[in-house]
Design a protein around this ligand. Structure first.
Ligand SMILES: [Zn+2]
Ligand SMILES: [Zn+2]
Ligand SMILES: [Zn+2]
Length: 161
């Protein structure tokens, strides 16, 4: 979808080594699976990652999977996408890259978008709050074009006026 999906498994393994952590076999198996999904442009949940990694490495534990995802998110290789219902999916990104997401609340599709909050808005927030901003997240959600086509309009909330 964008330029951000060029991260390979070696980059992630090298970053783990640089952080002073051992590239254990479970971590390597999980990273290989995430790198394959990065190439395919597929996003995933921790559960999906765990189940897929188990196909080649049945001894991988659920908590190891969750910790590895947390670690790679901390290292900047994983973007956490939060949906309107609170569920989360991840995708591999180039560390330091910045983009936002459109998410479909029906099929849980994730689309990366290149728009951002205008600099003057961020400056106004800083001035009025006294905060020194270090970052932001912005998730836009709705129904993708496929889901709009396949869904009968909901009446209850719309004609509440
Ligand atoms: Zn992203
Ligand atoms: Zn959809
Ligand atoms: Zn932004």
């Amino acid at each position: 979808m964008t330029q951000a999906r060029t991260v390979n498994a070696d980059q992630m393994k090298a970053a783990i080594a640089e952080a002073g952590l051992r590239p254990t076999r479970p971590r390597a198996a999980l990273i290989d699976q995430m790198a394959a999904w990065a190439t395919a442009g597929t996003d995933f949940t921790c559960e999906e990652l765990w189940h897929s990694a188990q196909a080649s490495a049945p001894w991988i534990g659920r908590s190891t999977t969750f910790r590895t995802v947390e670690l790679l998110a901390d290292l900047g290789f994983l973007d956490r996408v939060t949906f309107a219902d609170g569920s989360e999916r991840y995708h591999v990104v180039q560390p330091g890259s910045h983009h936002h997401h459109l998410t479909c609340e029906m099929c849980h599709r994730v689309v990366e978008i290149d728009i951002c909050l205008p600099a003057e808005v961020l400056e106004t927030v800083q001035r009025s709050s006294g905060f020194a901003l270090t970052g932001h997240r912005l998730e836009l959600f709705g129904r993708c074009s496929d889901c709009q086509r396949h869904t009968v309009p909901v009446i209850d909330s719309v004609d509440a006026e």
